[in-house]
Ligand binder design. Structure first.
Ligand code: UDP
Length: 336
């Protein structure tokens, strides 16, 4: 029997590699397409691997010619809010021009299904009442170039849907975190700027100090509040979204979060609890582009696709990250 084949751009990265594992478990064939600028070849453990760049149309054409691709999962994007403020050209080139290149290659080759990695950063500022969780209807007014590049592609996909029949599921991630429970794949970016890996590095090394970017926000303890979601739960949602499209379901946009807000100080406390070590911290200026409060409702994907997170508790999420970093070394890529 023909197995459906999914092209995973960025499949050697943190989230893409978890999606690849989940797809393999669910019986799909995969082709990982990654330029390895951030991804790691050894993370592309399932399916076929092809090194290439989404900006390279000829290389994309070759992939679509060589393999019968049934659907695309598009992860290949830059994701640092702070860097997007300092170097927007890098973000518009890869996240917008590269993604359009991919959409156009799909159009040329008659591939109609795409799962798109988007972000809660498309919403920008939170609701006036912090008890209100962000829903998919919240106004989309990103406050940094990263969020804008993702919103542009969301809108392009709608237009491609109307004009060319593209069918898409947009998944707006809140803060992906954790490692797979077998500790094969964890979170490592080079340079590392994400909170949880840096906190764990500081927990493992008393000479390191975690910089808290602002304690004067209008939030309960003054630091930014985020909604952390385990990367394996995120990967499961991709498989559900894919099955939805392959079964003829309509284009959709879904939030993916746990609806639980944790401040930077909550994350520090949790990391100390899990690691049983103190974490040095110092208060710094706010980081440009940061939203004070991003906590989402995933009610829509729960009711429409039956998504259920398995590791929603922050202690559990950080425990998987701690186990993986303990095995693989804590501070590789960390830049304090
Ligand atoms: N953060 C921090 N110190 C760090 C890294 C991050 O205080 O060294 C804060 C950051 O300002 C944000 C939150 O932690 O409020 C989550 O940041 P991260 O970069 O992990 O994810 P983002 O929400 O920007 O996608």
């Amino acid at each position: 029997m023909h197995k459906s084949c999914v092209l995973i751009t960025g499949g050697a990265g943190y989230i893409g590699s978890h999606a690849n594992a989940a797809l393999a478990r669910a019986g799909f064939d995969t082709v990982v397409y990654d330029n390895l600028s951030y991804g790691h070849r050894d993370l592309a453990q399932w399916g076929t691997f092809a090194q290439g760049d989404i900006l390279d149309a000829a290389s994309l054409d070759r992939i679509f010619e060589q393999r019968r691709i049934d659907a695309v999962m598009h992860f290949a994007a830059y994701t640092y809010v702070g860097e997007s403020v300092a170097d927007p050209a890098k973000y518009y080139t890869n996240n917008v021009a590269g993604a359009l290149n991919l959409l156009d290659a799909m159009r040329r080759h008659g591939v109609e299904n795409i799962i798109f990695s988007s972000t809660c950063a498309v919403y920008g500022l939170p609701p006036g009442d912090p008890d209100d969780l962000l829903t998919e209807e919240h106004p989309k007014q990103p406050i940094n170039p990263y969020g804008r590049t993702k919103l542009i592609i969301e809108q392009a996909m709608e237009d491609f849907g109307r004009a060319y029949g593209l069918r898409s599921v947009i998944l707006r991630y809140f803060n992906a975190a954790g490692a797979d429970p077998q500790s094969r794949v964890g979170e490592r970016h080079i340079p590392e700027t994400h909170l949880i890996p840096l906190v764990l590095c500081a927990a493992s090394d008393p000479t390191r100090t975690l910089k808290v970017f602002g304690d004067d926000y209008d939030t309960p303890d003054g630091s930014c509040v985020r909604d952390y979601i385990h990367v394996a739960d995120l990967a499961d949602a991709h498989v559900l979204a894919l099955k939805h499209l392959m079964d003829g379901g309509s284009s959709e946009a879904f939030n993916l979060g746990n609806g639980l807000g944790y401040s930077v100080f909550d994350v520090l406390d949790c990391a100390e609890r899990v690691s049983k070590r103190p974490v040095n911290r110092i208060i710094q200026e706010r980081r440009p582009g940061d939203s004070p409060y991003l906590v989402g409702s995933a009610q829509r994907i729960r009711s429409k696709l039956g998504w259920r997170p398995r590791l929603a508790d922050l202690d559990q999420i950080i425990a998987t990250a701690w186990a993986w970093h303990s095995k693989d070394g804590f501070c590789k890529g960390a830049s304090f």
